[in-house]
Design a protein around this ligand. Structure first.
Ligand code: DGY
Length: 321
């Protein structure tokens, strides 16, 4: 019997590719060429499955043009690039990679929040530019993390892992989420306190965004939310760029209405609002929150396992519908 044909839409660990090749007829993209939407459709035609990342959008137009498609495995926990209702209507299975990246992503949320609060990249740029010629009582003074109040918007697995880490810093944790956690989950999340979104924005010293992106969370942080924040507060985004209104954030940072922001995600990646480059009080990283060697390999393995289980047994390990 011939092997089902699949597309691996982005470069992937060679070992994982070889594993997929033992089961499927694989068209791969190890050169990591970024497909246009039309190219993606061309490559997917005649394929039963695909392993994709957030840069491949699977929507109604793709599904209509690729009637052989039966399963798409997303190598990410976020899946705003997949139109799940359309996939469900077309009977195309979908999966993501939860759990394997939770702790690594939470680590990075902390790294970015701390770099932002303590002005780490700004200080390094200052030193590299040869500007460090004397000690000064106020040189690169930032905001304390320890003993402060952490506000987490979005309290899923990653939000809870971030909250657990706050214990070592003696922080008070408040969170806002679509639904409240159980008392047991709140206790495990460093006694996190459920508050309204407004209370979180008004009272937190450091706010971190970890909520999924959807039409409902589009620009969840805009002018109104930024205006509520303390002028000493920081904002860290490791969710999706579309959660924040970039224009409003640039104005708030430029006018120092908030102290600083740390951004790992942007609307329209890999493009981003170039005005951020003119600001010293923002730390910018290229969507790397899950990028530890071990975790990226676990994500690739998880996506491959999902594709194999979905196409061969009709049931993915981490189904999205
Ligand atoms: C995810 O898993 O959603 C990350 O943002 C991709 O690295």
């Amino acid at each position: 019997m011939s092997k089902p044909a699949i597309l691996v839409a982005r470069a992937i660990f060679p070992e994982v590719l070889r594993r997929l090749e033992s089961v499927f007829e694989v068209e791969s993209n190890q050169d990591d060429h970024l497909f246009t939407p039309q190219e993606l459709i061309q490559r997917l035609q005649g394929k039963a499955g695909a392993l994709v990342t957030g840069s491949s959008r699977i929507d109604g137009a793709v599904l209509q043009a690729c009637p052989d498609l039966r399963m798409v495995a997303n190598m990410a926990v976020g899946y705003d690039n997949l139109d799940i209702p359309a996939m469900q209507a077309a009977g195309v299975l979908a999966s993501n990679t939860p759990d394997v990246l939770t702790e690594t992503t939470a680590d990075f949320g902390w790294a970015l929040m701390m770099a932002t609060a303590r002005r780490v990249t700004e200080a390094e740029h200052f030193l590299r530019a040869g500007k460090w010629n004397k000690w000064h009582y106020d040189l690169m003074s930032g905001a304390d993390i320890h003993g402060s109040t952490l506000g987490i918007l979005g309290m899923g697995r990653i939000g809870q892992a971030i909250a657990r880490r706050a214990q070592g810093f003696g922080m008070q944790v408040m969170y806002h989420n679509r639904s409240r956690l159980s008392a047991e989950q709140e206790a495990q999340a460093n006694q996190a306190q459920y508050v309204s979104k407004e209370t979180l924005f008004r009272q937190a010293d450091h706010i971190i965004l970890v909520l999924p992106y959807s039409a409902a969370s589009h620009h969840a942080v805009g002018e109104a939310e930024l205006a509520m924040m303390k002028p000493t507060a920081t904002l860290t985004n490791i969710a999706r760029g579309g959660v924040v209104d970039d224009h409003a954030l640039i104005v708030a940072l430029r006018e120092r209405r908030i102290a600083a922001a740390g951004l790992d995600v942007f609307e329209n990646e890999p493009a981003f609002a170039q005005d951020f480059l003119t600001l010293e009080n923002v730390v910018l990283t290229p969507h790397i929150a899950s990028a530890s060697v071990k975790t990226r390999r676990a994500m690739a393995d998880c996506a491959a396992d999902n594709l194999i289980a979905g196409l061969l047994n009709g049931q993915a390990k981490n189904p999205l519908w």
